[in-house]
Design a binder for this molecule. Structure first.
Ligand code: ASP
Ligand code: MG
Length: 453
């Protein structure tokens, strides 16, 4: 088995970093400026995945042609700026023809497997084009089909990677190529044991990069996006938000899980497991620096950041029968598990449970996860109340449970707002609560002013 012996950086570029020719050109600068970068993982060009998801849902003729034209226009605009578009036009046209056929099939009978097959074309096209952008600049770059090594379950739309298979396949098929040239591959897509195309869930390219970094024992994973790092909160909500230069894995993982859009929530799992630092920066302005996510930071602050996740659904379950109270929770959870629902936050009293649903990584929002089958099953056990349009705010920090005065500082600020549920105590890295969606931004602004400015 070939082991990679030189320092390997895996660099991932998100949709905005490969949105058009100029963005690809800037991303090429970033790749070529660091000779340790051996493997490049790409998203689809911005907007393409959304168009493909719409096509996969099954559109009627007129709408379908509009979306297909829009995809073609994005890819052709890049193709036409290459010095020799002919070399790759045939390949792109073949993929666009495939798309037309798949979109027709989806209009007749959409399915999760078909969706993944269709949606994978975004990454296939962006990666083919990026290879040519690099070659135009004299770089030696090879295209690699990530599906050859990213072995996953067949849970289409949200497939789970098989870490051991990936490690073995990456060492066999990818490592030897890395020694020869720069390799350009796709994020987000994989394949099951039968060779059918799968995807890791929306935004999954970050996760691919981290998994490949782990499989290849990379020394760093760079995530290039359109913001120069991780901020104390979303700067669009709070302009005074500050960039965090270094942050520990646990804190960054909490931020991603609780809605900070910078990293896909699963990204840090492989990084933590294998202790690989993750750098986050902007491909628009690589020199502006970014955030390094690593094992430890010096002087971790009590309050680190605020994350906001919208569109939360709260389920409150009241046991119908006191006799059921023994084993009530167990029964609730087995129903949820049978319905493939992952619970996010939970608070309980003896015969009541309040919980929110975990929608991270899937294309669904909380309300679409709540199928009528699930509600019927739950209703046989308990009275079910559903509240929608809540927002989850998470205060991320360190030793939050051990420090005194956290409650007073936080809830003092929140006094005028209507708080629906609080989770505090399970993790020393977060304190989170639900507020009405319409008040969320105000709450974040007020908390940021009081705790971070
Ligand atoms: N292109 C996919 C998406 O838009 C994956 C990614 O960009 O990470 O969700
Ligand atoms: Mg993305």
């Amino acid at each position: 088995m070939t082991q990679v012996t030189f320092p390997t950086v895996v660099a991932k570029f998100g949709g905005t970093s490969v949105a058009d020719f100029d963005a690809m050109d800037r991303s090429a600068d970033v790749v070529l400026s660091d000779t340790d970068t051996r493997l490049v993982v790409l998203s689809a060009s911005a907007g393409v995945t959304n168009l493909l998801v719409a096509l996969a849902e099954g559109l009627q003729d007129a709408e379908r042609y509009i979306k297909l034209d829009a995809v073609r226009a994005i890819q052709y605009a890049i193709l036409d700026r290459l010095s020799d578009p002919h070399t790759i036009r045939e390949e792109i046209d073949r993929l666009l023809d495939n798309l037309t056929t798949l979109a027709e099939a989806a209009a007749l009978a959409p399915s999760p497997a078909l969706t993944d097959e269709l949606v994978s074309h975004g990454e296939l096209m962006s990666s083919l084009l990026f290879v040519e952008v690099l070659r135009d600049r004299g770089a030696e770059a090879q295209w690699f089909d990530a599906r050859k090594i990213m072995r996953t379950s067949n849970r289409f739309g949200r497939a789970e990677p098989d870490i051991n298979a990936l490690a073995e396949l990456a060492q066999q098929q990818l490592a030897p190529r890395l020694a020869q040239s720069l390799i350009i591959t796709q994020g987000f897509i994989g394949s099951d044991v039968n060779g059918r195309t799968t995807t890791l869930g929306r935004g999954g390219s970050d996760y691919t990069a981290a998994l490949l970094g782990e499989a290849l024992s990379a020394c760093r994973v760079d995530i290039w996006t359109d913001v120069p790092g991780i901020y104390t909160t979303d700067p669009r909500i709070v302009p005074a938000a500050k960039r965090i230069d270094r942050i520990a894995f646990e804190e960054a993982a909490e931020m991603a899980t609780f809605g900070a859009k910078v990293l896909h929530p699963a990204t840090l799992l492989p990084a933590v497991r294998s202790d690989i630092p993750v750098f986050v920066g902007s491909s628009k302005d690589a020199r502006a620096g970014g955030t390094l996510v690593c094992k430890k930071t010096e002087h971790p602050p009590l309050f680190r950041a605020l994350a906001l996740r919208r569109k939360q659904t709260l389920l409150t379950l009241h046991s119908l029968n006191m006799l059921h109270s023994r084993g009530f929770l167990a029964e609730v959870f087995s129903i949820l598990a049978r319905n493939n629902i992952s619970v996010d936050l939970i608070t309980t009293s003896e015969v009541n449970v309040a919980l929110t649903l975990d929608t991270t990584g899937s294309t669904s929002t909380g309300d679409t996860l709540l199928t009528s089958a699930l509600l019927t099953e739950l209703s046989s056990l308990c009275r079910v109340e559903v509240e929608e349009d809540l927002a989850l705010i998470a205060l991320i920090g360190n030793s939050l449970c051990a420090a005194s005065g956290v409650g007073k500082e936080v809830f003092g600020v929140l006094d005028p707002f209507n708080i629906r549920m609080i989770c505090y105590g399970a993790s020393s890295h977060n304190l989170c609560f639900l507020v009405p969606g319409s008040e969320a931004e105000q709450v974040v602004q007020k908390l940021h002013r009081n705790l971070f400015e």
